[in-house]
Design a binder for this molecule. Sequence first.
Ligand SMILES: [Zn+2]
Length: 56
Amino acid sequence: MKRFECKSIGMACEFRAEGQTSEEVLAKAEEHAAAAHNLPRGAETRAKIAPQIKDV
Ligand SMILES: [Zn+2]
């Protein structure tokens, strides 16, 4: 399983996204980043998130 923790990109936020694939987690995390932190959807935000997706 893959997991992303929002605090790993420097947010004071307890959000976690989990899924079977990196792409699934990335999509959830991108949606959260846009909705909760006003980050733009797209390549720039995905590039911040992707390296922080861990195997769990
Ligand atoms: Zn967050």
